[in-house]
Design a protein around this ligand. Sequence first.
Ligand SMILES: Cc1cc2nc3c(=O)[nH]c(=O)nc-3n(C[C@H](O)[C@H](O)[C@H](O)COP(=O)(O)O)c2cc1C
Length: 182
Amino acid sequence: MKKIFPLPEVYRLLEPGPVVLLTTTRAGHPNVMPMSWHQMMEFTPPLVGCMVSDRNYSFASLKASRECAINIPTVELAKIVVACGNVSGRLVDKFRDFDLTPQPATCVKAPLIAECFASLECRIVDMKLVTKYNFFVLEVVQAWVDQARNNPRTIHHQGEGEFMVAGRTLHLPSPKTSLSRK
Ligand SMILES: Cc1cc2nc3c(=O)[nH]c(=O)nc-3n(C[C@H](O)[C@H](O)[C@H](O)COP(=O)(O)O)c2cc1C
């Protein structure tokens, strides 16, 4: 029997993709922000929508530079991910304080994070929904994956300090779905 579920907790049911670390750089100051509210929007070119609160330092940095990197951590980095989300880049250097290694990207100024198994270099392609929803549409212009890391165990935010850790992989071949806008 289902019971009424509190509306402010609905986000906990709609499990998003992996928590990622959004990196930006502004005036020579690189920064890291954990983010779970993101969404694939297109296969090719790969478009990703993401919600970055205008209270965060990363918002100003992303808006000004119009580029960023999306770095995908695994469970080994979970504590660092949470710690990065509890402090602002306005006050601290998160790369230094959390022992994260910045690596130069090829297409954007934002650094990649060496400890993450994948990094996506992104440029903003649409800011129409930023004023109303803090929602940015990004195009992935370069993608990096450490293929040696088999079955990376990503972490998925479920609210209230809980994370689901990716586990078993099911292989169920099916025709590629068409989700394109065109
Ligand atoms: C697991 C997790 C997921 C988060 N997801 C988001 C998100 O999707 N969007 C957002 O604006 N902030 C999100 N946050 C909050 C920011 O990471 C947090 O406010 C951070 O301190 C902002 O850093 P900054 O001021 O250096 O940009 C999340 C935090 C955690 C721990």
